[in-house]
Structures are given as structure tokens and as C-alpha cells.
Design a protein around this ligand. Structure first.
Ligand code: UGA
Length: 450
């Protein structure tokens, strides 16, 4: 039985701890935030990640405030936060603290798996510095919020890289994920029937870059889909037909083609900026990535401008959705929150509802309503900002009866335009051009708002 210490009990750390314990390892998980620690100890999930609390109740993970028994660990998983610093580069303070503790206490030859997303070269630097007595392996995660438990048990691939002596240890750690024998009963037979999970062993720098490359590519794919949707609007084509047919080409793939008001969350904005900073640091001009980032800003502004052009100042908006995506209460870097700020600055009154979000940034200045209809009661326009299935299924006729105005801005492509029209709404998709004319310049109020 491998003795594992996981440092950090956020999405990545808590899921890694639970899954590694389920796979038969002896797991301790360190969390320095007292409130979060108490929640994990009580086997409740402060992150609301589906299936995680249930999984933790089945296994025996010890949650502790300090990494006091590092000396006993065979393997240490580093899953601390690397938030975006003021210059766009990741802030590595938590990682450096963890590395110093590990270097001082862990045994010689212990394997250190760095699961946090870190700039290329970080693992090699730690290997030469505080962790010179250990084996440092970059092992990026590809978990999606809202699907993290499933993604950890049935990943598309496992990427890891570091000193050759560590390869066997890492392959053994994940053996039951790789051969799919360690899956809990809830995961389908289909998953079990698939072949082994690819185990991609490479250098530490390659593994670090592989993580940024994946997120950078997905963000770029979304920005491209948004551009196609905007162009479709301008030329009178149907974006969903165009993107739907593109997705049938397996070289393109159907996922991540749903146009919207822009991508957000704790990963894409941070990782695209970090990848750009890595390229800039090498004197390399990463044109495509820069364009994807710029397009994402323009997409949100263009959508907000379209609302502004259609509504007189001072009118009211019912904002449906605040989370950065469906299936989570997370509002970090949420396009919905950014949109709310733009609309408030432009002089609109905003009422909002989200099925999961219970807390908003204190300075936002809007109150949460209890239902979609409540948020839209008497408003001049409805704006959908998160792709919750609840909004896709909403009774549009009841919604229309509740609103004063007839404008519906669907920033997430969840409503069929024909269904909106049948319920009496004037509909605009994420391209947001009610009048049908393409105009991505920002108007003065929105332009000065952000
Ligand atoms: C993302 C990646 O998908 C994970 O593989 C990765 O492990 C994770 O970042 C990370 O680096 O930790 P996540 O941030 O949970 O996962 O969110 P996604 O599901 O990728 O969505 C990102 C944004 O794209 C959201 O704002 C979502 O609404 C938007 N999106 C997604 C669209 O606008 N259209 C789509 O078709 C799909």
C-alpha cells in the first residue's frame, strides 16, 4: 500500500485524494483553510463537486491542517492553487511553500507529483533546488469542474514527466485507472470495455506545456466557434447548422463548438494568459493564442453592446445565470459576472438568478432572486448568461407573461430561436445582433465600463 500525502484540498487535491484512496492507497490530505478542513472532515463537500462527498464517505482519507507526517510518505501530490498574479503570470507562493516543506521533511527518493498548473520549467527548477533529494514529476490534471470525479477515474489520458526512475512509480499508482479495473460501480460498463487509458510519459517540461497547450487549444477552438457564429449572423447563415456539421468531422470533434458570450472560469483565462507569458518570455509571438484571448474580450463586449443598443438606459434586465458554466456554483472569471458589471455600469437595473450560486462578489451590487421567473418579473429584457439545462427547458410562455419587454438575449445558445419567437420574444443569440447588422465596436457606455 503506497502512503500518499496530498497537499491542498481544492478541486484537484480533494478529488485526487479521494480517488487514490479508492484505488487502495493510504492517503493523508493537507488543507490549511480551517473552514474547508472542517467541511472535508465532516465529509461534506465545500466545492459542491458531484459525487465527491459520496466517494469520500466510502474511503478513509485523513484530512489534516499541517503536512506533519511528510517523512512517512512514499509519494506526495502537490495540488495547491496557482492563481493569476497581477502581471498575468501564475502566483507560485503556495507552491514554493509546499516545496520548502517537502524538501525539509520528505524522505530521499520520495516521488513528488506536481498536479498544480505551473509554468514550464518549474518542476526542473524545484528538482535542482528545494526538492533535489526527491523525484519531481509533472502530472497535470485535465479535470473539468462538475465532472471532476468522473474525469479522474476515466481520463482521456494520463500525462506525466520527470526523472526516468519515477516512471514505474507513477505508472503503478495509476495502474487501476489505466487498465480500468479500479472503476467504482457507478461508472458504466462502456467505460470498462474501452481499451487502456493512454499513459503519456515525457519530460517534465513537456508535461507542463501539454497542460497549457490543451487549455489554450480548447479556448482557441471556442473563440473560433464564436467568430463563426458572429459571421453566420452577419451573412444570414444558421450558426448551429454550420457548427453542428463541422463537429461531425472527427478531426474537429463536436465538443467545444457551442457559441456563447465568451469562455471563463478559474482555468482558461489564467492558463491562456500564462501560456502567452511563457511565449513572450521566450521572445515568441504566439499570434493565434493572442487573437483567441482578444476575441474572448470582444465577444463579451459585443454581446453587452448589442443589449445596450436595444434597450434605453435605465431599463431593467433579468440575468439568468451567474456561474462561469453550468453544473457549478463557481463564479471565478465568470463571463456572466463580467456581463453584469458591464450592464450595471451602462446604467441598467439588473436582477439575477442562478440555480447554484448563493454568494456574489460583495461589490457587485445586485441581489439574487429565487427563480428565473422571479428574476424576470416585469423586466424589459431577459439575458441568459450561463448554459444551465434549466434555462434550456424554461417555459418560455410563462417567462414572457412575467416580463414587461419582449427581448430575449441568449448568450449561451440554449434556446431555439423559433421557440422564443413562438412565445412572443424577439430573440438574439450570442452574436447578439438584434438588427442583424454586424457591429463589434463597443458603444461609449459599455466601452468605458470595463
Ligand atoms: C477546463 C478544461 O476543460 C479541463 O480539461 C481542465 O482540466 C480545467 O479547465 C483545468 O485546467 O483545471 P473547466 O474550467 O472546468 O475545465 O471548464 P470547461 O468545461 O472547459 O468550460 C470553460 C468555459 O468554456 C466555460 O465558461 C464554458 O461555459 C465555456 N464553453 C465550453 C463554451 O462557451 N462553449 C462550449 O461549447 C464549451
Amino acid at each position: 500500500m503506497t502512503r500518499v500525502t496530498v497537499i491542498g484540498a481544492g478541486y484537484v487535491g480533494a478529488v485526487s485524494a479521494a480517488v487514490l484512496a479508492y484505488l487502495g492507497n493510504d492517503v493523508t490530505c493537507v488543507e490549511r483553510n480551517a473552514e474547508r478542513l472542517a467541511a472535508w472532515r465532516g465529509r461534506t463537500d465545500p466545492l459542491c463537486e458531484p459525487g465527491l462527498a459520496e466517494l469520500l464517505r466510502q474511503v478513509d482519507v485523513r484530512f489534516v491542517p499541517e503536512p506533519s507526517d511528510l517523512a512517512n510518505a512514499d509519494l506526495i501530490v502537490v495540488a495547491v492553487g496557482t492563481p493569476m498574479g497581477s502581471d498575468g503570470r501564475p502566483d507560485l507562493e503556495q507552491l514554493e511553500t509546499a516545496a520548502a516543506q517537502i524538501g525539509a521533511r520528505a524522505r530521499h527518493g520520495a516521488v513528488v507529483l506536481v498536479r498544480s498548473t505551473v509554468p514550464v520549467g518549474t518542476c526542473d527548477r524545484l528538482q535542482r533546488g528545494p526538492l533535489r533529494a526527491q523525484l519531481v514529476v509533472s502530472n497535470p490534471e485535465f479535470l473539468r469542474e462538475g465532472h471532476a470525479v468522473r474525469d479522474a477515474f476515466v481520463p482521456d489520458r494520463i500525462v506525466a514527466g520527470g526523472p526516468p526512475e519515477a516512471q514505474r512509480v507513477v505508472a503503478d499508482l495509476y495502474a487501476r485507472v489505466i487498465d480500468r479495473r479500479g472503476l467504482p460501480p457507478g461508472l458504466s460498463r462502456d467505460e470498462r470495455a474501452k481499451g487502456p487509458v493512454p499513459f503519456c510519459w515525457m519530460s517534465a517540461a513537456s508535461a507542463e506545456l501539454a497542460k497549457y497547450a490543451a487549455n489554450g487549444f480548447l479556448a482557441t477552438k471556442l473563440s473560433f466557434a464564436n467568430e463563426i457564429a458572429n459571421l453566420a449572423q452577419a451573412v444570414g447563415a444558421d450558426a448551429s447548422a454550420v457548427l453542428g456539421s463541422m463537429g461531425l468531422d472527427p478531426r474537429i470533434g463536436a465538443q467545444f463548438l457551442r457559441p456563447g458570450l465568451g469562455w471563463g472560469g478559474s482555468c482558461f483565462p489564467k492558463d491562456t494568459r500564462a501560456l502567452q507569458a511563457i511565449a513572450d518570455g521566450m521572445g515568441y509571438d504566439f499570434l493565434v493564442l493572442k487573437a483567441a484571448i482578444d476575441q474572448n474580450t470582444r465577444q463579451l463586449r459585443g454581446f453587452a453592446s448589442a443589449i445596450e443598443r436595444a434597450l434605453p438606459q435605465g431599463e431593467s434586465v433579468g440575468l439568468l445565470g451567474l456561474a462561469f458554466k453550468a453544473g457549478t456554483a463557481d463564479t471565478r472569471e465568470s463571463p456572466a459576472i463580467a456581463l453584469a458589471r458591464l450592464l450595471l455600469c451602462a446604467g441598467f437595473r439588473v436582477r439575477a438568478y442562478d440555480p447554484a450560486v448563493r454568494e456574489l462578489p460583495g461589490d457587485l451590487g445586485i441581489t439574487l432572486r429565487r427563480s428565473a421567473v422571479d428574476a424576470c418579473d416585469g423586466v424589459d429584457a431577459v439575458v441568459i448568461a450561463t448554459e444551465w439545462p434549466e434555462f434550456a427547458r424554461i417555459d418560455l410562455r410563462s417567462l414572457r407573461r412575467a416580463t414587461r419587454g419582449d427581448l430575449l438575449f441568449d448568450g449561451r445558445s440554449v434556446i431555439a430561436p423559433s421557440a422564443a419567437a413562438a412565445a412572443g420574444f424577439r430573440y438574439a443569440g450570442p452574436a447578439g445582433f438584434v438588427a442583424g447588422a454586424i457591429d463589434t465596436t463597443t458603444s461609449s457606455r459599455i466601452g468605458t465600463a470595463a
